[in-house]
Design a protein around this ligand. Structure first.
Ligand code: PGA
Length: 239
């Protein structure tokens, strides 16, 4: 696992955007796995700027998001507002789980099939939860899980409550499974702030622990972590 050390969220955003940008530029076709939440916002802002300079930058890009709340389109709205509306990507090249699907189990299977039909994910961008979750794979999730419906934990609900001022916060979500994420050819994990320090420390401890889902990334051959000073604070205290 490679660690890129940055000082703050602004530098993290710039580095992450450059990383993704260079992958896009170098490929003729690319499937990007995308994340929501606070951490990737700056990356999306920078990538949107690149797309103004480089016309058609996203014409050969396909995207698949990690997750969506059940009964909600909150993450669809997030992606439109913060990214898709700014980069001129054809809407049929962007994919998220449908949290409003009537048959959720069938939707999970459909989503797996979407990823398969695209030929798999070339580069998956991940955040990390305070409890070490990736996507919405909460502690205890089977490392071989595929796309599934999850009950969100207290920790995740309280971390994300701020986004639900106009809508009741859903208690469940559809998420790509850990097994699904692990099949990505390459992973870029972004961690910012002291709240992530414990999860980052556990991640770099190197041992697998189902109670801290991100530790499964120690099993993946190509993972890059960009972490700011706060997120590295406990890691560096130890070494
Ligand atoms: P955050 O979420 O970027 O809003 O901190 C990350 C996550 O929960 O995966």
């Amino acid at each position: 696992m490679r660690l890129i050390k940055v000082s703050d969220e602004e530098e993290l955003s710039r580095m992450a955007a450059e990383y993704v940008f260079s992958k896009i530029k170098r490929s003729e076709r690319i499937v990007l796995g995308l994340a929501t939440g606070r951490t990737p916002l700056g990356m999306y802002r920078h990538l949107s700027k690149y797309s103004k300079e480089y016309k058609l930058l996203f014409s050969h890009v396909h995207t698949v998001n990690l997750d969506e709340y059940v009964g909600s389109r909150a993450y669809h709205a997030y992606m439109q507002e913060n990214f898709f509306d700014h980069i001129g990507i054809p809407s049929n090249q962007t994919h998220l789980p449908d949290g409003e699907a009537l048959e959720l189990e069938r939707e999970c299977k459909r989503y797996e099939e979407v990823i398969k039909q695209l030929g798999g994910i070339d580069l998956q961008v991940l955040g990390i939860g305070e409890n070490g979750h990736i996507g919405f794979n909460e502690p205890g999730t089977d490392f071989s899980s595929r796309t599934h419906v999850v009950e969100l934990t207290e920790s995740t609900l309280s971390a994300n409550a701020k986004y639900f001022t106009h809508e009741k916060q859903p208690l469940k979500a559809i998420t790509m499974g850990i097994g699904t994420i692990l099949e990505s050819k390459e992973i870029l994990l972004l961690a910012a702030g002291v709240k992530k320090a414990n999860a980052v420390k556990e991640l770099f401890r190197g041992s697998l622990n189902e109670n801290i889902p991100a530790t499964v990334l120690n099993h993946h051959p190509s993972v890059t972590v960009i972490a700011d000073v706060g997120a590295r604070s406990l890691l560096e205290e130890e070494s």
